[in-house]
Design a protein around this ligand. Structure first.
Ligand code: ADP
Ligand code: MG
Length: 330
């Protein structure tokens, strides 16, 4: 039983940043407005995510650590109507199988929180404790029981670098969520939540500046178009801001960070006449599609998607960006 979980874990959890990604997705699915992420020694020692989301009922707590017990998909139709980031009911059990994990949760209406501890998948019985509403997941000694895997991890600085990049990236898609990230108790990222009014623009600008640079934040061209089935929005850099590295390209499909060759191709095509050879444009693109038109169940890491109508997505992107570059700053 543990062995099967450990093998499955290998697909979901590759390194500390994969744990953080799954924990943050769970917090966002729970409607969190505040994310507090604390990392110790690059996550090699400890990773902790605290949120103020809907919490988990005491009765359901053990299920959260049981494989597929909480899967949101029982039929193919469910997958087509998916509106959450998680759906396999796999991440927490997998992480628990390869670490020492502590799960504390309290729904806002409950008087007390309950906690569970798992040691490489051996789960203790729930204990009550005082704790603010929301959920806290603490993962210590990742891969302590898989020494071969632990050897593949890099230095604390490198692993933390991956985590910081991911957190800043996710923050682009969640302007209404306050995000704090600290490493070894030093606050590294502190992004307040955007209010639901005009100030939102400023906050977004700050989030962009942090990840893509001041030049992008100041000069990016905004996009916002609807087609029959899709909503494409976000920001693209004018050709003059291109760089020799393609590391400032961020795509979200239905709120999920993904990399997609079709989309990259479309962007390249749109820029091809204005960009010098070997240069890459910066962009932050959000693509919203009805769930039935995107398959997110391509890989356990959920970093890839498959579009049901790829041609339309491709053409929408080429057209929109081509026009926007031609019209310049409006
Ligand atoms: P999935 O996200 O695919 O449903 P996970 O293994 O990531 O599966 O999480 C299992 C379940 O535990 C979730 O479906 C959810 O019900 C619950 N859960 C996990 N993290 C949180 C959280 N931060 N807040 C509320 N519920 C959570
Ligand atoms: Mg999940």
């Amino acid at each position: 039983q543990h062995l099967i979980s450990q093998i499955a874990a290998g697909e979901v959890v590759e390194r500390p940043v994969s744990v953080i990604k799954e924990l943050i997705e769970n917090s966002l699915d729970a409607g969190a407005r505040l994310l507090e992420i604390d990392i110790t020694h690059g996550g090699l020692k400890q990773l902790r995510v605290r949120d103020d989301g809907c919490g988990i009922d005491a009765a359901d707590l053990p299920l959260a650590l049981a494989r597929h017990a909480t899967s949101k998909i029982t039929t193919a139709d469910d997958l087509e109507a998916l509106h959450t980031l998680g759906f396999r009911g796999e991440a927490l059990p997998c992480i628990a199988a390869v670490s020492r994990l502590k799960l504390i949760s309290r729904p806002p209406e409950a008087a007390l929180a309950w906690s569970l501890v798992s040691n490489g998948g051996d789960v203790t019985s729930p204990q009550p404790l005082a704790h603010p509403p929301g959920t806290c997941v603490e993962v210590t000694d990742l891969f302590f029981n898989l020494p071969a895997r632990r050897k593949f991890l890099r230095t604390a600085a490198t692993e933390f670098g991956h985590i910081e990049q991911l957190v800043r990236q996710l923050a682009l898609a969640t302007p209404s969520v306050a995000v704090r990230l600290s490493h070894n108790q030093r606050l590294v990222v502190n992004l307040p939540a955007a209010p639901a009014d005009a100030a939102a623009d400023q906050i977004l600008t700050a989030r962009h500046a942090a990840l893509l640079g001041e030049d992008f934040a100041a000069q990016a061209l905004a996009l916002d178009v609807h087609s029959a089935n899709a909503h494409l929005h976000g920001w693209i850099a004018p050709a003059t801001l291109s760089r020799a590295q393609g590391d400032r390209q961020f795509l979200f499909v239905n709120g999920r960070i993904v990399t997609d060759r079709l989309v990259n191709h479309a962007v390249r095509l749109a820029y091809q006449d204005v960009l010098p050879h070997g240069r890459y444009p910066a962009f932050v693109l959000f693509l919203e599609l009805p769930p039935r038109l995107v398959d997110v169940n391509v890989h356990p890491s959920k970093r890839e998607v498959r579009f049901r109508e790829g041609r339309q997505v491709h053409d929408l992107i080429v057209q929109t960006i081509t026009q926007r570059l031609a019209s310049g700053r409006l």
